[in-house]
Design a protein around this ligand. Structure first.
Ligand code: TUI
Length: 314
């Protein structure tokens, strides 16, 4: 059976690396693409020159397709678009906004565009704009999220568009992949699972915090400020939640949150860092090499889909 995502992008397995800012950098991107998935550079927070050198680093290490994620709240996005167009990167995903004003330049450069969408209406808009596919991301995800769960979002998006759908949010193994395919998605995107991989260039404290987490150990802060972000519970998120509940000045909230992801990723600061992670963190019990994550997942999903679920047949 043909998989439209594998055919369109020239990849072996329809498994995307979430374009995590400060995390999805060359070493992790290379590992995912080399293992047959789609490595995606997280351009969030990257000056355009650094994005250029990250693209060069990936190209120097692999001939496989890869992508760049544009975090649309980043003020550098217009220059980052110039970089990806110049470099003719094979795939762009976008997040945290609508890529409408960049669509013509990206498509004009022959780039395949997969906007990340948290809602069905946005998926429909993206298809009309000429998107090649969409990543339907449920609120189980880490980082900046919407309000609909993956289980509810994916089949609604699948029914609303004709372009291929990649499911994201709450997926970390073959059961999640099989479930996503059963909902009509043709691929999956993983963030938290790849963050807790051997190749992720992330402080060990952050990875260990994911291994220690249970299903209820994440919290969403910033919803009242229009910028909901899911992280592992720690001193910072408790304080942010209190500030929000007390209706404190958004500037005070922002002063605590700013630079939090950098503190988590580079310094391993477990108290004042933003340890962005999805609710599936509770499932992750070991740090595995990327190739093993992908191959175990694909093998388990294939088994489940062929004969591995126990259900009475009519
Ligand atoms: O973008 C994400 N996840 C992210 S971005 C990020 S970086 C960050 N750092 C510090 C603070 C806050 C963020 C961390 N995680 N996921 C994709 C995503 N896109 N989630 C939600 C959306 C989204 C929201 C609104 C996509 C489109 C959209 O459109 C609004 C409109 O009406 O056009």
């Amino acid at each position: 059976m043909a998989n439209r995502i594998c055919e369109l992008l020239g990849i072996r397995y329809p498994v995307f690396l979430g374009g995590m800012a400060h995390v999805a950098r060359a070493p992790l991107v290379i590992a995912v693409s080399q293992a047959g998935g789609l490595g995606i550079i997280g351009a969030g927070g990257m000056p355009p020159e650094e994005l250029e050198s990250q693209i060069q680093a990936v190209r120097a290490a692999t001939d496989r397709p890869f992508g760049v994620n544009l975090m649309l709240m980043d003020p550098n996005v217009p220059q980052q678009v110039e970089v990806v167009v110049q470099a003719r990167v094979p795939v762009v995903t976008t997040g945290a906004g609508s890529p409408a004003k960049y669509m013509d330049s990206l498509k004009g450069a022959g780039i395949k565009v997969f906007p990340v969408v948290p809602a069905t209406s946005l998926a429909v808009r993206m298809e009309r704009l000429g998107a090649d596919g969409v990543v339907a991301e449920g609120m189980e995800s880490g980082g900046h999220i919407g309000t609909v769960t993956t289980m509810a979002l994916v089949p609604q998006v699948v029914d609303a568009v004709n372009i291929p759908v990649v499911a994201a949010g709450g997926i970390a193994d073959g059961r999640g992949l099989a479930a996503a395919l059963a909902l009509g998605a043709e691929g999956v995107q993983l963030g938290t699972r790849f963050l807790a991989s051997q190749e992720a260039p992330v402080h060990p404290n952050y990875k260990q915090a994911i291994l220690k987490a249970n299903d209820r150990d994440t919290i969403v802060t910033g919803r009242s400020l229009g910028r909901p972000v899911r992280c592992l519970v720690n001193k910072l998120t408790k304080k942010l939640a209190r500030y929000e509940a007390e209706g404190r000045d958004p500037e005070e909230f922002e002063a605590l949150a700013v630079g939090g992801l950098r503190r988590a990723v580079y310094e391993g600061d477990l108290d004042t860092g933003s340890l962005m992670a999805g609710q599936i963190a509770g499932l992750i019990k070991d740090i595995k090499p990327v190739r093993q994550i992908i191959e175990d997942m694909v093998r388990q999903a294939a088994h489940l889909l062929s004969q591995g679920v126990n259900f009475p047949t009519p």
